[in-house]
Design a protein around this ligand. Structure first.
Ligand SMILES: C[S@@+](CC[C@H](N)C(=O)[O-])C[C@H]1O[C@@H](n2cnc3c(N)ncnc32)[C@H](O)[C@@H]1O
Length: 288
């Protein structure tokens, strides 16, 4: 029986987070595909899509792609898209979901290990929907993303809002909570109208810590957005939105010599273990 308290944890390993998402992923696939997750459909899909719309979408990386629904939606706009996720169960859901898409695939990898997947800067844009607060070592995650991206590539993200989420989840008054500290928090995973009895871990960080980590990883100015969703017609959901629950951002990989988009440097054949051989030639597949 899972402990259904919200608690601070002294440490957490990546394999524990992987296990949590292995357990959660079948539920997430069902919640998203059955349109039970109202925030996913009314807020995350439209906002991420809009923030990505000005980006060079020739080869896009979906970091923490989960069960692949957003990857598939974005695939329609991209030359090619690769989803990566720490959870092998999530990736197997994503893989079967994406099989019909000619230009999308999913790979089991932690973001911190991106260099092993792709040692060269190759992605023209990237996004991470509700993932950065799950990454234990934010600095190494952002550096890996930055190193995998071409100069001036757009990176879009959403996270739980560091100011408002603690109030929404009711731990802002906990004795262990301090806004300006990094705190590992284990909490029951819930969406409006459904509590699963399964926990997930996220890391609370103040906004300044995110902004500094972006700058140190080689990203430029970070534009922040605090949208609230339109009314969905579900009073349980609509009335609970008293403040922005999620923080969205868009930034750009700073230009550096040798990382500008160059079709010849992108032309390559790469091998995704278990998922067959993929050929990608940015010079021929461009959508931008
Ligand atoms: C809240 S889910 C979001 C999934 C997906 N982006 C979506 O919008 O439905 C967070 C995902 O991040 C993944 N994740 C957590 N830490 C990760 C890491 N270090 N590297 C890659 N993926 C990670 C989890 O396995 C999980 O699938």
């Amino acid at each position: 029986m899972a402990d259904l308290e919200v608690v601070a944890a002294p440490t957490i390993s990546r394999s524990t987070i992987e296990r949590e998402w292995d357990i959660l992923s079948p539920h997430r696939a069902e919640q998203i595909r059955q349109h039970k997750d109202l925030s996913f459909w009314s807020l995350m899909v439209p906002v991420i899509t809009e923030l990505m719309s000005g980006a060079d979408l020739r080869y896009v990386l979906d970091i923490g792609c989960g069960t692949g629904e957003l990857t598939q939606l974005m695939a329609a706009k991209c030359g090619r898209i690769l989803g990566i996720d720490l959870s092998g169960v999530a990736v197997s859901y994503a893989h079967s979901f994406l099989m019909a898409s000619r230009n999308a695939s999913a790979l089991h990898s932690a973001v911190e290990d991106l260099r092993a997947v792709e040692p060269n800067p190759i992605f023209s844009a990237a996004f991470a929907n509700m993932v950065l607060m799950d990454i234990v070592d934010l600095g190494s995650g952002l550096r890996a993303i930055s190193q995998s991206m071409l100069g001036r590539g757009v990176f879009v993200f959403s996270i739980t809002h560091p100011v408002h989420w603690p109030v929404y989840r009711g731990y802002d008054k906990a004795a262990w909570y301090e806004y300006d500290r990094e705190i590992i928090i284990r909490a029951p995973f819930k969406i409006t109208n459904q509590q699963l009895g399964v926990c997930s871990t996220h890391v609370h960080r103040p906004i300044s810590m995110y902004l500094n980590a972006f700058a140190e990883a080689g990203f430029g100015k970070v534009h922040l957005f605090e949208p609230v969703p339109p009314k969905t017609g579900d009073p349980n959901y609509d009335l609970a939105w008293t403040s922005p629950r999620y923080l969205f951002g868009a930034t750009t990989r700073e230009k550096r010599p040798g990382t500008e988009l160059n079709a010849r440097s992108l032309k390559k054949t790469w091998n995704v273990p278990g998922f067959g051989r993929h050929h990608f030639d940015a010079g021929q597949s461009g959508s931008a």
